[in-house]
Design a protein around this ligand. Structure first.
Ligand SMILES: Nc1ncnc2c1ncn2[C@@H]1O[C@H](COP(=O)(O)OP(=O)(O)O)[C@@H](O)[C@H]1O
Ligand SMILES: [Mg+2]
Length: 365
């Protein structure tokens, strides 16, 4: 073993690992995660208005993934400023909203070309809102946040990193018959171990996870909320990444990621079911409150934008400001919405929906 905590790990082995990967345990966990994921994909197609999920779940994922890196913001602020990241007051909220933007850009990018080092560069650059090239200078390491002592030092030297990224990229698209979920787990370790950027590797790597599942055709929308599992098990996530390096414990790492996929997919399905149910009861309550038959469009806005502005209703329902205002006021009077003021603006909050979004959904077991 040539590994030392404070020495650049230029000997990081290429992927796939030279050990038996699909053990019985891994295969069994893969099957369970695959079926949970397929249920999630179906649930996302079943819901009457999938835009609701696409507008909301990636924000929760962005919040959790950023929190893994101690970038903490409230869901409240995220939804308030969801449509205008520059209006957000705190740098943390801005940064978290950019994570969501980066995820969407990644989605667009893989529509025209396969996942590559460039995808990672693109994603990382959006997270940081400046060009993030592959590391050129030495000095990047993962350290103890208190003592600064090195825990892991990634490979150093631009050519070495570029080389290892080329191996990573090739592995993603030609891995024999490994299951795509196992490929995701292996690729995530490898990406983090290469640590190609000076910062943003964790978040970029977690966006790549979702993109890999989409590229493999296992998910049509970026609605998996995997970072919730990671933030809840952050110490284990860090420990298992390091264990692969120090002890080659691939099976444990892969099982951890597969369990995360299964749990997250199941709890996201539960959330989608709860959203559907709330949509139905809200439809009943809203019926008759507004005149002119714009109920369907209005309802869509209330769920696509849990923090909704008068201008949102004007645009979605194609009505004048007075009409939009009177509809929203009627909903406030009926207790469906709560209005708040943010600066000079009035925001109408679908409180019940917001609470549903942010509450912890339990997986089946
Ligand atoms: N021992 C380790 N080996 C490899 N990667 C690790 C290790 N410990 C943590 N990581 C990864 O490094 C990430 C932090 O790297 P960083 O570049 O600061 O990302 P970000 O800015 O998104 O936080 C963690 O989220 C984790 O994915
Ligand atoms: Mg960081």
């Amino acid at each position: 073993m040539t590994w030392t905590a404070n020495k650049p790990y230029n000997e990081l082995p290429p992927v796939p690992p030279a050990v038996e990967i699909e053990t019985r345990k891994v295969l069994k966990a893969t099957i369970e995660a695959r079926s949970a994921l397929s249920a999630l994909d179906q649930a996302s197609q079943r819901i009457p208005n999938p835009t609701i999920l696409i507008n909301t779940l990636p924000l929760l994922e962005a919040q959790a993934s950023s929190e893994v890196e101690n970038i903490v913001t409230t869901a409240d602020d995220l939804f308030k400023f969801a449509n205008d990241e520059n209006a957000a007051r705190s740098p943390e909220t801005k940064e978290t909203l950019r994570y969501r933007t980066a995820l969407f850009r990644g989605m667009e990018s893989i529509r025209s070309r396969p996942i590559s080092t460039n995808t990672a560069i693109e994603v990382c650059s959006i997270i940081h809102s400046r060009e993030m090239p592959i590391r050129r200078l030495p000095g990047t390491y993962i350290g103890n946040p208190v003592t600064q002592a090195a825990i892991y030092t990634p490979p150093s030297g631009e050519a070495v990193i570029v080389d290892k990224m080329a191996n990573w990229e090739k592995f993603i698209h030609s891995h024999g018959d490994l299951d795509p979920l196992v490929v995701m787990a292996i690729a995530h370790y490898q990406f983090e171990a290469i640590h190609p950027f000076t910062d943003g590797n964790g978040r970029t790597g977690r966006i790549l996870n979702i993109l890999l599942l989409i590229e493999a055709g296992l998910l049509r929308q970026p609605i998996l909320y995997l970072s919730r599992f990671i933030i809840r098990n952050r110490a284990e996530y860090y420990r298992l990444l390091l264990d692969v390096t120090t002890s080659g414990t691939w099976e444990e790492w892969i099982l951890f990621m597969l369990e995360g996929l299964r749990q997250t997919a199941e709890s996201t399905v539960n959330k989608i079911d709860a959203i559907s149910a709330l949509q139905s009861t809200t439809t009943e309550r809203v019926r008759g409150l507004t005149k002119g038959g714009a109920n369907a469009d209005l309802l869509a806005v209330l769920f696509e934008k849990p923090y909704c502005r008068i201008a949102d209703v004007m645009a979605s329902c194609r009505v004048s400001r007075p009409t939009a205002t009177s509809w929203l006021n009627a909903l406030v009077d009926a207790g469906v919405l709560t209005d708040i003021r943010v600066g000079r603006e009035r925001l109408f909050v679908n409180v019940e929906f917001f609470q549903l979004l942010t509450r912890a959904e339990q997986p089946e077991s």
